[in-house]
Write a protein that binds this ligand. Sequence first.
Ligand code: ADP
Ligand code: MG
Length: 745
Amino acid sequence: MNPPSILAQPVQYLKGIGERRANILKKFGISTVHDLLFYVPRRYLDRTSVVTIAQLRQAYFRPASLEEESLNVKKDYTVVGDIRSFRVMGMGKKARLVLILGDATGTMQCVWFGGVNYWKTRFAIGEVLAVSGQPTAFGGNLQFVHPDIDKIAEKSLLEEKDEPIDWTKTLNTGGLVPLYPSGKELERVGLDSSGFRRVIGSAIRQYVNRIDESLPGSLLEQQHLIPLRAALQSVHFPQAESDLSESLRRLKYDEFFYFQIKLALKRHGVKTDTHGISFNIQSKLARQLVDSLPFKLTQAQIRVIKEITSDMESPKPMNRLLQGDVGSGKTIVALISMLIAVENGYQAVFMAPTEILAEQHYKTIASLLQGIDVNVRLLVGAQRSKLRRDILDDVGRGTAQIVVGTHALFEKGVEFANLGYVVIDEQHRFGVLQRQSLQKKGRNPDVLVMTATPIPRTLSLTLYGDLDVSIINELPKGRKPIKTILHYEEEKQSVFTFVREQIRQRRQAYFVYPLIEESEKVDLKAATVHFEELQTNVFPDLRLGLLHGRLSSEEKDGVMRRFKNRELDILVATTVIEVGIDVPNASIMVIENAERFGLSQLHQLRGRVGRGSEQSYCILLSKKWIAVKANRLKGDPVQWQESLDEQRLAERRLATMVQTNDGFKIAEVDLQLRGPGDFFGTRQSGMPELKVADILADAQLLDEARRDAFAIIEHDPQLKLSEHQPIKEHLLSLHRDAFALMRVA
Ligand code: ADP
Ligand code: MG
């Protein structure tokens, strides 16, 4: 056996780290030496990116003399200087810390308001700082207010022998100084930029020559990649800017490659594992359901049902992702396949992300199954213990044939007699781990994962490489595309008139308000005020209902039922409506302060209308300056890629809504505007935690890594070939979970 890899060792034992820092680092995803060395600088300072204090003074007081761009693009300037003095001025709320920074050309102030006691402890006279921000002036003094700061050199450390590089000198001789991402929590334990430079520097010096190469030589050659050691060394101690891109490329490839190797192993394991259930797919129950529907299934639904049932028939466990826009009819598809499982004597589970959604699905399913002899139960967290015990009993004995629920389904104590089929709605809100834990409640049940937030085509293969994908790309017939119109708030009166006209024609409308405050109380008040305003001043003769998150589920139900039964003309709601009701007669969706909603959320809300045969409308109201610009934006939204400020982002979201109804396109724009981290939500989502690479920006490299990784596993699934030993070793020391997959395969 080889000695364990250096990269797998916990950071705690590195020089200069210790237990306290290790605990904080862990929170930031850094547990091993590998994690630490892949924590790459967020940017590098060089001479060209730094201005002198004299230059900054000129830029601020005589901007016209600089390039034109400085007039409308507020750019950040960086100054490097040493601390001449610092002290707290003013008292109480006005307390501020004023620091005087000097370089060869003069001095300036850096000012922090509030938190002075913290800031006071952060500095020492003589330390060298890189300070970035936008200059202002106060009483003739040039200032940075709350600048970003990076310590370039701490006084005490400059004198320590251990510090091999004087970074100020480095800068003066045209070298690069790495600046690391940090933050208050890390700074508190001394891990600001200079702290990271110190610990990473010492780790590199000590270990770099003992780091094992993680990729096979043939791959390095074929992909023109530099060795891991060289890449790590140069990313943290760059000699020249020109070296950086190939070093970063190597590390990014590394991250992508191991992410994909794991997917490839998983997929391979699933494919060769033959211990799943082979269902008989001739089902009377399913036939009975289809015959009882008041509509015909679409071609897309039929195709997808075939894909699913052929998986069910095969003895291999199914792992399938069903994508379809809001309203494309996924629920019925899921239900048909669940009935097949039930008829085979198995239990089927339908899992939703929230209680409201679970209740809604439960009711939909129960009403679709009227007259069909199947026992459906609902299991959510909020049930009273007596009822809960009764349900658990039913589930444990196997008499509950279909169980609809939330996370409560995979808690301890929920035992299924014979779970054979699992449907999960809204995949992106569930983690991969949760998916697996539910799977374990049965013996390799078939799994169908559904999502209404279409995952951009460019990504689904990559992210769900272990799932097969089915797509419903057709809406039920007779539906007219929803018309989306963007108005500004001053035009509200005409919107009201329009709504009134529609209601006169027996239609119903939604009015939705965003959650503005974090606190539900305040929002409740806002929604109530809006509601009363609409009811008394705008539509005194119409019947309005109010729906918000503070209502009990019976109250919510009551309001929804009245709306559904046409006892209400208008439903005023906060965002709870998003996962709310299916009312085909509601044909108008008015969204106020639309600029505050996310793109997917807007699309989901819009999906609440357009469910009947009437023409439906989605009316977005926003601030005038946003609406005017958004209405003028032309071109393909997918191409709008620049990084944008909040207002521009809002304009783009609204313009996208006006221009397209296509959920896939919307998802793609959303992903671009938000970035993959936000788009997929939490760490639990199955998104890899990448430290160096960026799924969007480095999509091409990801694609190559994927192809390479899958080819290797296809050809040598057990990694037996000698040239693949580096991969095996690397998995063994850093990705044990994946290693286990390989053994199963
Ligand atoms: P999704 O879950 O994909 O958003 P649903 O399954 O909730 O969509 O279906 C939306 C509505 O369309 C439901 O009222 C459903 O009964 C109806 N529906 C489903 N399939 C069809 C079809 N083929 N023709 C007409 N209506 C359909
Ligand atoms: Mg649905």
